[in-house]
Write a protein that binds this ligand. Structure first.
Ligand SMILES: [Zn+2]
Length: 333
């Protein structure tokens, strides 16, 4: 293993936070963990090979599936637009390949006290017949009857109707493509669209985590009294919860302590993405801070906001090596 383990843990943290994209953050996390925990090349190839990235998605998407996958993703996007309107009405389903019925869920404007659940949503169905415009009118009427009456809602209604129109047209296009191909190709396209969505969800988690960890590092670097620092105390709570000694018995009957993070933690991921990353990052930062003097070496560059760990030659440097170089000689550090 090159370098001391606490330095490798520190590097894992700063590389993760400094990564310029969520996708990069995800892969430096794997690389950093492999280095810090001493996993070999085989692990790295396997873990990176299956790590969900948009590149992996692109590489595994066949040209023939591209159109349908694109339409399915657009369908999902539109559904999310519709269901994120500031409104009490949401679209629960639309079976464009079956009875062609739109099913809406409507939150009651006032609680219905005579019902067991006064806030229970009403179900409202609108059949999408062949007659163009008839169903759209029915949706508009539903909105007028059930949505709150205010001038701001006019705009919401307009957006809802426009998106609904697009959504139904998209359903027709998807159906046309699906009818022209064998069912297993449709199934494959649905799988790929779900894969894309899971990557996107993963990257949203990573972006949030990077932001959260930037704040954590700023706090740790700037804290006057570490013993009363709530960010650090919270991290230690997580660390103590995660860092449990667990004994196991081996094939030959010997009792041994299981390593906290084994290779399979990274290759056979289980649980929430958020915790998957966070628990390792917490462990790494605490292990880094445990080594004497490391806290003082952890710095944030005032010029470019990059985090870095000052090496022995730059013990007093306040700026990251790149910014320090830019200013040339004559500046400290
Ligand atoms: Zn810098």
């Amino acid at each position: 293993m090159k370098g001391k383990q606490d330095q490798l843990f520190g590097k894992l943290i700063v590389d993760f936070v400094n990564a310029s994209t969520a996708e990069e953050a995800g892969t430096v996390f794997i690389r950093g963990a492999a280095a810090a925990f001493g996993f070999g090349h085989e692990f790295l190839d396997q873990a990176l090979g299956r790590y969900p990235t948009l590149k992996l998605f692109e590489d595994s998407l066949s040209a023939g599936d591209r159109e349908l996958v694109g339409l399915l993703l657009e369908e999902r996007r539109l559904l999310s637009v519709i269901n994120n309107l500031p409104c009490n009405i949401s679209l629960a389903s639309y079976d464009y390949d079956g009875n062609r019925v739109l099913t809406f869920k409507i939150q009651p404007l006032e609680p219905k006290w005579d019902k067991e659940n006064p806030y229970e949503e009403d179900i409202f169905r609108v059949p999408v017949g062949t007659g163009e415009g008839a169903w759209l009118e029915e949706v508009a009427e539903m909105f007028d009857d059930r949505a709150p009456l205010s001038t701001e809602m006019d705009e919401v209604k307009e957006q809802l109707l426009a998106s609904m129109k697009e959504f139904i047209e998209l359903g027709d296009r998807i159906l046309a493509v699906r009818r022209a191909i064998p069912p297993e190709r449709t199934h494959e396209a649905q799988k790929m669209a779900a894969f894309y969505n899971s990557i996107q969800a993963e990257q949203e988690v990573l972006t949030e985590l990077q932001e959260r960890w930037r704040m954590i590092l700023d706090e740790i670097i700037g804290a006057e009294t570490l013993s009363r620092n709530h960010v650090l105390l919270d991290l230690l709570l997580v660390y103590n919860m995660v860092n449990r000694r667990e004994l196991a018995v081996s094939e030959d009957g010997a009792l041994y302590e299981k390593p906290l993070f084994e290779e399979k933690y990274f290759t056979e991921r289980a649980g929430l993405a958020d915790e998957y990353y966070h628990n390792v990052l917490v462990y790494a930062l605490v292990e880094f801070l445990r080594a004497r003097g490391n806290r003082d070496k952890l710095r944030g560059c005032p010029d470019c906001k990059t985090f870095f760990i000052a090496g022995p030659r730059r013990a007093k440097g306040k700026k990251c090596s790149r910014c320090a170089k830019k200013k040339g000689r004559g500046t400290r550090g």
